[in-house]
Ligand binder design. Structure first.
Ligand code: NAI
Length: 355
């Protein structure tokens, strides 16, 4: 297994391989870029097939966090951690505390939070060993589960996309296909239903889909059928790489925007969406609501400030859509330009100060 030569190794500042045999911990922490501030990103626990898969995941995810923070105007860098193991059978207080010790050794260069396979409650354990944690339970001074705020950001983002695409004043009367009814997808359905949108949903867990029928009068389709659903908007809220060689051709929608990270399997799928006339809201911009919320714990949480930041996701996307059209590039490219411009500016200021 190579590290520096990996396709996803994109000038990462630091990659830490963590081992604590007594606690049964094997983990990786990747710090991609700290130009704008300490690297913040969730800690995922997953039974990766092998170490190479875990490394690839942590490198991709940490780089995405750099773009997410930069595009959202946060003074934070990008980082991520992955614990190799099955969260259902291998997650113990000792393992979580060992992870906390590993985070503490980085002395604040990396700030951790919940992610797939970890919960807000798990971070009460991690917190015993490090101060560098956000997304803590409310009783420990945190802001609790960030998922409803992520969903609100996606909702604002979809409204902005509808305004850009159709000049629509709201999402009332629109039809949205939501893939994945977990923490974010469920809250998103709630917001869309209240706003007067019709819903088509899918989840591999049939009981969640059935609940959506009862709660939102949603139509249910099988997981494979969601791509070709007859809806104007497709909102991926389950896994990454769902916009790929097989699915892009099936889409009948005019807008794609949802919470899942790394939705484009490869860069070229962004161009394919553009060619098909489908407006894509780049994932790292539209799903930044949760990050905006947990980041606020560092400066003293203020609901009003968070709400304004999350509503700003819509404005950022409008600027990206307009920029992409003006330059004739995919929206993902325009969003990357925005994030990279902010990083370049910060680097120039830092270089001038150091001179
Ligand atoms: P979750 O684990 O609570 O929900 C995921 C849902 O997707 C589950 O109900 C699962 O059964 C379903 N699912 C899995 N595979 C599926 C498939 N092939 N078709 C249909 N449904 C499927 O996760 P959560 O927290 O709702 O996050 C959703 C996505 O958004 C993840 O990719 C996550 O990384 C991303 N995200 C979440 C944030 C948050 O605040 N929770 C913040 C930013 C990104």
């Amino acid at each position: 297994m190579t590290v520096f030569a990996q396709e996803d190794f994109a000038d990462h500042e630091q990659v830490v391989f963590v081992s604590d045999a007594a606690a049964g911990l094997k983990a990786l922490i990747a710090i991609h870029d700290t130009t704008l501030g300490p690297a913040l990103g969730g800690c995922r626990m997953y039974p990766y097939a092998d170490e190479a898969a875990a490394l690839r995941d942590v490198l991709r995810l940490s780089r995405g966090m750099t773009w997410k923070a930069a595009a959202s105007g946060l003074d934070l860098g990008g980082g991520k951690a992955v614990i190799i193991g099955d969260p259902r059978s291998q997650k113990t207080p000792a393992l979580l505390q060992a992870m906390g010790r590993a985070v503490e050794r980085l002395a604040g260069r990396y700030i951790t939070a919940e992610d797939v396979g970890t919960t807000v409650a798990d971070f009460a354990e991690v917190r015993k060993a490090t101060r560098h944690v956000v997304g803590l339970p409310v009783e420990l001074g945190g802001t609790g589960d960030p998922s409803p705020t992520t969903a609100l950001g996606v909702f604002h983002g979809l409204a902005a996309a509808a305004r850009h695409r159709w000049g629509a004043a709201s999402l009332a009367g629109s039809h949205v296909a939501v893939q994945g009814l977990g923490n974010v997808g469920w809250h998103l359905c709630q917001l869309l239903h209240e706003a007067g949108a019709a819903l088509t949903v899918s989840d591999v867990d049939a009981s969640r889909a059935a609940k959506a029928v009862a709660s939102f009068a949603a139509r249910v389709v099988s997981p494979d059928a969601i791509y070709a659903a007859e809806a104007e908007i497709f909102a991926p809220c389950a896994m990454g790489a769902v916009l790929n060689d097989e699915t892009v051709a099936q889409l009948r929608c005019a807008i794609v925007g949802g919470a899942a990270n790394n939705q484009l399997a490869r860069e070229e799928h962004g161009e394919q969406l553009r060619t098909r006339g489908i407006l894509y809201a780049p994932d790292f911009v539209i799903n930044a609501g949760g990050m905006i919320r947990v980041a606020s714990e560092r400066d003293g949480f203020d609901e009003g400030v968070v709400d304004r930041g999350v509503a700003g996701i819509g404005d950022t996307l409008l600027a990206i859509f307009q920029g992409a059209e003006a330059d004739g590039v995919p929206t993902e490219t325009a969003a990357l330009h925005l994030a990279q411009a902010r990083l370049s500016q910060a680097r120039a200021v830092q270089a001038a100060l150091a001179a």
